[in-house]
Design a protein around this ligand. Sequence first.
Ligand SMILES: Cc1cc2nc3c(=O)[nH]c(=O)nc-3n(C[C@H](O)[C@H](O)[C@H](O)COP(=O)(O)O)c2cc1C
Length: 149
Amino acid sequence: MKVLIVYDSLFGNTEKIARAMGNALSSQKDIEVRRVSQVKPEQLTGLELLIVGAPTQGGRPTQVIQDFLEKVPESAVKGMNVAAFDTRLSTKWVGIFGYAAGKIAESLKRNGGMLIALPEGFFVKGKEGPLKKGELERAASWAKAIIEN
Ligand SMILES: Cc1cc2nc3c(=O)[nH]c(=O)nc-3n(C[C@H](O)[C@H](O)[C@H](O)COP(=O)(O)O)c2cc1C
């Protein structure tokens, strides 16, 4: 059984978070970290856990992640453990638009996925990054906590 982390990333920050999670789990799990453009829906079957992450853009996941989530067949995700994360700005006003992670989680749940952790956000200092200090470590801890549950 495998853990798959699917991510999108425009400036590389979400990719770094995804890879930090992958590294954190690699001693305990058969883990793969893949950019969304390199994932086919049929690769989603038989997973122990699917984690999907995206940059927040306009309060939502990037379009390519939205397209991916729309294409994921219900049969692939039904009953599967799922979790979602995003990267986002920490300025308060952007919060009014919402964030990507909650929307990813909702979409996975609509297809029958079993959400096993609260959607989580990791902070960048500006649109292009860098990540705020400590976020890679927080991502590693978040991923470890999920599989230990
Ligand atoms: C077009 C665009 C829209 C954005 N909208 C939001 C937003 O609504 N809320 C937010 O917190 N950050 C927003 N951001 C900042 C992104 O979250 C940030 O670029 C992202 O976390 C960087 O991740 P990446 O390096 O993986 O692309 C936006 C960035 C872009 C480029």
